[in-house]
Write a protein that binds this ligand. Structure first.
Ligand code: ATP
Length: 454
């Protein structure tokens, strides 16, 4: 219980910091919000961008065997019929007869073996019934049955239905993958845990097509690759868990699924699913569309439908994991012996929204300010920088600590040569985590920072 309390305390602090510093706001806040929808502010947007860029770099740019695509959110309804989403993309829902809450049946707390309403504590619940999670909409001006389609609940289906086109234009041979990042929508019964379970979110998905005989081996390969990715964005090995889904709980077409989980303050929860989906999706679309989605193997002169391994990750969940892992408070004592609590987001520099704060020691000294501005211009093409000239230098450092900025550059009187030529054109670089400072020549700054944030 003590742990649960400290987890919820920590979560409260994280949510409050996210709002205070502009990582995440409630969507439509001035109208009372919209449940399950969030807006990212300036820092949150940079964080998500860094995450998506690094995923793209690892999964597409650094590889010969993966290409990208960017599909539309609205697709022909038949895609969702063929994929099985229209009939089976459901969660079990119950109603509480006492307080009228709608609840997800598989996430209810139990007391003495009986399912209980988490809102009012009543045991008077209806039988579970299937609730389809797709948002229905109409395409065009007529709101009839023929105009129905859905906001996509995952990005993957666009990859399957474009398989043939992409195979032809990319001229790839098996095994090869198609990667995509984009929005997905699910009408979750109970959005909760801040951005963790939202109704609108972003996914980063790879469909890696292969020969049937290599599927199981590639499932293991992708699990390891994805764990390496999470470590490389700064999530510790100890905070990551792998949950092998028991065969009876896997989708009927899956020959193996892993969940990669992270220790959030509210418990260990899924970040990503890595699933071996066999040839199910391509087969379904080939059958339903009547168009060939097979592969011609030049060596054996045979046609077959490739199998696929799918690592499917959530941008928002991973961003929340990054913030949760980075959040830290420590008591620091200054030279005068005064102690205060420092809140610091210890992001990996490659994920940090702002890479470097640039501070002229005094704002009313024209030379200091001009030099700081020149440094901002020098760095700006390479990274996100932030110029701050207001308040005591210690306060400015603290503000950047809370934003997770790994480096601070201070332009002082040594920089402009007022104390002699020795330190002219050098600045102090302050490191966020250790708070240590070192002296660096301005002309070396771009390379010095560049290699640390890559
Ligand atoms: P859960 O069991 O938590 O509902 P899922 O197993 O249905 O998730 P998948 O369909 O495997 O999720 O989707 C792949 C990834 O997309 C998830 O691992 C997660 O990171 C992200 N994701 C799915 N649903 C949501 C959501 N409602 N909000 C935020 N991210 C989501």
């Amino acid at each position: 219980m003590a742990q649960a309390k400290s987890g919820s305390d920590r979560m409260e602090k994280i949510v409050s910091l996210c709002k205070r510093r502009g990582f995440v706001f409630q969507s439509s806040e001035i109208y009372g919000g919209l449940n399950g929808c969030w807006d990212y502010g300036p820092l949150g947007t940079e964080l998500k961008r860094n995450l998506k860029d690094f995923w793209w770099r690892r999964m597409v740019r650094e590889r010969d065997d993966v290409v990208g695509m960017d599909g539309s959110i609205l697709m022909n309804r038949q895609v969702w019929v063929a994929s099985g989403h229209e009939n089976t993309f459901t969660d079990p829902m119950v109603d509480c007869r006492n307080c009228k809450s709608r609840l997800r049946a598989d996430q209810l707390p139990e007391k003495n073996g009986r399912k209980q309403c988490p809102v009012c504590g009543s045991f008077d619940l209806t039988e579970p019934r299937a609730f389809n999670l797709m948002f229905k909409t109409y395409v065009g001006a007529t709101e009839d049955e023929s105009a129905i389609t859905y906001l996509r609940p995952e990005t993957a289906q666009a990859i399957f239905v474009q398989f043939r086109n992409i195979l032809e234009v990319s001229r790839k041979k098996l095994p090869f993958g198609i990667a995509q990042i984009g929005k997905a929508f699910r009408n979750e019964i109970n959005p909760r845990n801040f951005t963790f379970r939202s109704r609108e979110f972003e996914q980063m998905e790879l469909e890696y097509f292969c020969r049937p005989e290599n599927g199981l081996e590639l499932l293991e390969y992708w699990l390891q690759e994805r764990l390496r990715f999470y470590r490389d964005i700064g999530l510790s090995s100890e905070s990551l868990h792998v949950h092998k889904i028991p065969p009876e709980e896997c989708a009927h077409y899956s020959k193996g699924t892993y969940d990669i989980e992270f220790e959030f303050p509210f418990g260990i929860q899924e970040l990503e699913g890595v699933a071996y989906r066999t040839d199910y999706d391509l087969n379904q679309h080939q059958k339903a569309s009547g168009k060939p989605l097979d592969y011609f193997d030049e060596e054996s002169k045979q046609h077959f439908i490739p199998h696929v391994v799918e690592p499917s990750a959530g941008v928002d969940r991973t961003a929340l994991a990054l913030i949760s892992a980075a959040y830290d408070e420590e008591v620091v004592t200054d030279e005068k012996g005064k102690s205060e609590t420092r809140t610091v987001l210890r992001f990996h520099p490659r994920m940090a929204p702002i890479k470097c704060g640039v501070f002229p020691l005094l704002k009313n000294n024209e030379l200091l300010v001009r030099q700081a501005r020149e440094i901002v211009d020098q760095l700006r093409g390479e990274m996100m920088v932030f110029h701050d000239e207001t308040g005591a230098i210690g306060r400015r450092y603290r503000r950047q600590d809370e934003a997770g900025t790994p480096f601070g550059v201070t332009v002082d009187f040594d920089t402009i040569g007022e104390n002699g030529p020795a330190l002219r054109d050098t600045v102090t670089v302050r490191h966020r985590d250790s708070m240590e400072q070192e002296r660096i020549a301005i002309k070396e700054l771009t390379a010095f920072l560049g290699e640390r944030i890559r």
